[in-house]
Design a binder for this molecule. Sequence first.
Ligand code: 13P
Ligand code: 13P
Ligand code: MG
Ligand code: MG
Length: 394
Amino acid sequence: MGKRFNITSRLNVHGGLLVIQKKTTISIIKCDVGSLAGHHVVPEPIFSVARMHLKKAQNEGLINSQYVFNAGDDLELLMVHQKGENNSEIHNLAWNIFKEATNKAKSLKLYGAGQDLLKTAFSGNIKGMGPGVAEMEIEERDSEPIVVFAADKTEPGAFNFPMFKIFADPNNTAGLVIDPSMIGGFKFEVLDVIENKKVVLKCPEEMYELIALIGTPERYVVAHVRRARDNLVCGSTSTTRLSLIAGKYVGKDDPVSIVRAQHGLPALGEILAPYMHTFFVEGWMRGSHWGPIMPVGLKNSCCTAFDGPPRIVALGFQLCNGKIASDDNGEPLICDLFEDPAFDLARKEAIEYAAVFRRMGEFEPARLGSNSMEYTTLPKVLEKLKNRFVKTDV
Ligand code: 13P
Ligand code: 13P
Ligand code: MG
Ligand code: MG
């Protein structure tokens, strides 16, 4: 594809000089390409493939910064660049990395090799092909703190509750009450992933309507959040539903999101506060159970007990002139935000609630309701039994 004119550039006057200030894009693209000992964790040889190619793309100038990490069995590519959202070169880079990592996974006979690569031919945009994508193109503020979240064994609707708390709940985010620049509230773009439509709802005015929708996380997903007074984008999540693409259960769409912090937006601590307690999300074993989400540092980013509990990691960094601020060796400065005793209580709660739900086995509400199961195995059971059902009068 030819070079596109970056219509997002901005003209600024600095000391009499007219300089073009390009916007910066944060892309986080993830894929389960195969994992070690079941759906557990991404092993080192897979990271090596991703690091090697992202480093090369950085040296060649396609991207400005990169960081490779994992959420359980999901390989996460964090890229900062100036090509905009939905850019075919960036998506192609991720697609090729996932394909090569899948080959590596196959050679090691890793479990679920190529699990999330649902289509074979790349068509310019990785969305809808299996991998999860969250992107945000922004004009860097004087200081631009960013948090990236990545979760395993759950789905994009898992961000509904924390996004609501961060941007709409004054008991979570003191800034909604205290900081005059936030008092105008935030707008939530909500996607209906079943019917592929979206609606924008403004808080605080339409808070009850918002909750009415996003309280059903398997169908209504917060896709973007913007500050109401100036439309500044400040939250973005991945919104794919693999089962809807594949027409059958192929693993959960373990989600990612990007949130901007501070200075007229929620403070870092307000963005992390929803994770001081666990809450229930859909996913866990075979994507078919409610499970308590557990915030963890990268060293515990792996799923074990009943393939869980569902886990989430949070990485913090600063943007600096189109890059991730880095140390003197060029290594990006990344904070592993949940690697902190402040989240021990949530982890303890998650373990306790996980045990309570497991005692219930395959009985609701431990297992997902039939609405969610209809995309998985329930239709097969009903099909098998269909001739054995007989009419009854009662
Ligand atoms: P800012 O308004 O600069 O984001 O600071 C808020 C703060 O102090 C958070 O605790
Ligand atoms: P993933 O979606 O993380 O691959 O998990 C699939 C699964 O079935 C876990 O039990
Ligand atoms: Mg997997
Ligand atoms: Mg996963």
